[in-house]
Design a binder for this molecule. Structure first.
Ligand code: ATP
Length: 511
């Protein structure tokens, strides 16, 4: 189990087919993932979620930024040494192997380092070659980098300063004098280095001597256990494989080849293969998108259950917002390589940070209207594009940022979900474009009639009952004030209070 830290991560793909063309797939990605957390990356196709996951896995190089798994900076650690397991959309099972063999495959190939014992069962000790190599490297470093005394360091600094002045060009009246000075400093440095190479440097010599003494001691005394690489015992492979199969409910299927299994069963085998490795982090890249709708729903709860049982960190990539909402402890919504919001499923739904998140989370999509907003006494008035006016008391709505309540008119975007739109006697007049009766609820699509503003297009209403409306019927709608979301038209950011946060021990409203 491990926590993860992604700090200022960038990914720029360079393409070799066109000159100088490169693509920034991920921009300044910052995220802390807690040990055992289930985090979902969600966003439209091409938003950079798989790229981010692949950088965590070590399958894609990080262009800039730091990635920590636990306390370890892993940017340069190869995938195989990161102790993570990845499950992909295409299960990538070996077709000629049974489910059992597929799950056990990784374990059979795994080599463990174990101490070599003598005939009395004691560990055999050997010389610590690694430590000796490190000490030799440190000596080289001293010789190459620090084998200069303060005088030389000072001269080098002076040389650098003078050279930067030379950059102003030959027209500078002081150019000649500076150039001569630089030349003389260079000569002095050369002389000093030659001298130090001949006579040595007391401090560095001392440090080198100390390290050489350590090397001598290490060479003379075997200090670490001799190890060998061995395969896991058969019994261990078997017990781990059977335990994974049990957790996934596929014990009965272990003898079957992948072609004899359904998509869901194959995906369970792929999960089993990841499970037996006992990774610190599970990475899942759209693992369910090859399955049919019904199976996806049941596998969704299987994976959630697996996470609860294992209590390991899971990072799950999907473009399906319902999958994200039902599975994640926290969801990272991405667009065009940039994080839009990181929050719990309910907070994303109730308090979207911006228009993108508001439109992406929730089915049917939130409806948006361009309106002019003005505060009057204790209420706000919204004027829609067709001139229709609606007033709501400030008390009935979520708190609006003070700067928008200054009595001036502000251009804002008003968002409202289908379930917060009611049909009423007065309000915006619309025509029924489509009726979808889903049995337990009805979704209506509405649009403005010919005279109305074109902004009323494809407005979705959702009601938890059946309605008698037909295509072509005329209806009027009103909005529930508590369901109104407001966004700045320019920045697209929410201008409403999100939720209270604790800051400096005090509860404050977050905008
Ligand atoms: P999807 O849901 O379609 O898989 P995604 O959000 O996972 O999308 P990525 O696969 O991370 O998106 O791709 C992000 C962007 O980077 C896309 O525009 C993609 O075309 C681009 N991209 C991905 N791999 C490469 C590559 N090897 N070279 C150049 N561009 C790439």
């Amino acid at each position: 189990m491990a926590n993860l830290k992604l700090k200022n991560i960038f990914k720029i793909y360079s393409s070799f087919d066109k000159k100088n063309s490169s693509y920034q797939a991920v921009t300044n990605f910052n995220l802390d993932i807690k040990d055992g957390e289930f985090v979902v990356f969600v966003g439209p196709s091409g938003c950079g979620k798989s790229t981010t996951l692949r950088m965590i896995a070590g399958l894609e190089e990080i262009t800039r930024g730091d990635l920590y798994i636990g306390d370890r900076l892993v940017n340069d650690i190869p995938a195989k040494d990161r102790n993570i397991a990845m499950v992909f959309q295409n299960y990538a099972l070996y077709p000629h192997m049974s489910a059992y063999e597929n799950i056990a495959f990784g374990l059979r190939n795994k080599l463990n380092e174990v101490p070599v014992l003598d005939k009395d069962g004691n560990e055999i000790k050997v010389v610590d070659k690694k430590a000796i190599k490190q000490l030799k490297y440190e000596i080289k470093l001293i010789k190459d980098t620090y084998y200069l005394d303060e005088k030389i360091q000072e001269l080098l600094k002076e040389e650098k300063e003078i050279e930067s002045k030379l950059g102003t060009g030959k027209k500078d009246p002081e150019y000649k004098a500076n150039a001569e000075k630089a030349k003389s400093i260079k000569g002095e440095i050369k002389k000093l280095i030659a001298e130090y190479k001949k006579n040595g440097n007391a401090v560095c010599d001392e440090a080198i001597k100390e390290k050489e003494a350590q090397i001598n001691t290490l060479t003379a005394t075997p200090s670490i256990a001799k190890t060998k690489k061995v395969h896991l015992p058969k019994e261990e492979i078997n017990s781990k494989t059977m335990a994974a199969a049990e957790v996934l409910g596929i014990t009965e299927l272990l003898k079957r080849k992948p072609r004899e299994m359904s998509g869901g069963q194959r995906q369970r085998v792929a999960l089993g293969r990841a499970l037996v490795r006992n990774p610190e982090v599970f990475l899942l890249d759209e693992p369910l998108s090859n399955l049919d709708a019904k199976l996806r729903v049941s596998m969704r709860s299987e994976i959630t259950r697996l996470h609860q049982e294992l209590k390991t960190t899971f990072i799950y990539v999907t473009h399906d917002q319902i999958e994200a909402m039902t599975m994640g402890d926290r969801i990272v919504v991405m667009d065009k390589g940039v994080i839009q919001q990181v929050d719990t499923p309910t907070n994303l739904f109730d308090f979207p940070n911006n228009i993108f998140v508001a439109g992406f989370i929730g089915t049917p999509q939130m409806n948006f209207f361009h309106v002019k907003m003005k505060k009057e006494a204790r209420h706000v008035e919204f004027v829609f594009e067709d001139g229709e006016k609606m007033q709501f008391s400030l008390q009935s709505m979520r708190k609006i940022a003070d700067s928008y309540l200054d009595g001036n008119t502000h251009d804002v975007v008003l968002g409202v979900r289908g379930e917060n739109i009611l049909s009423s006697k007065e309000g915006i007049h619309l025509k029924v474009l489509d009726v979808e009766n889903l049995g337990n609820e009805t979704q209506l699509t509405l649009e403005g009639d010919k005279d109305a503003s074109s902004s009323y297009k494809n407005i979705n209403i959702k009601v938890p009952y059946r309605v008698s409306s037909k295509v072509g019927d005329e209806v009027s709608i009103s909005l529930q004030p508590e369901g109104i979301h407001l966004f700045d038209k320019e920045t697209t950011l929410s201008i409403m209070e999100a939720k209270s946060v604790i800051k400096d021990g005090k509860e404050e409203n977050k905008f």
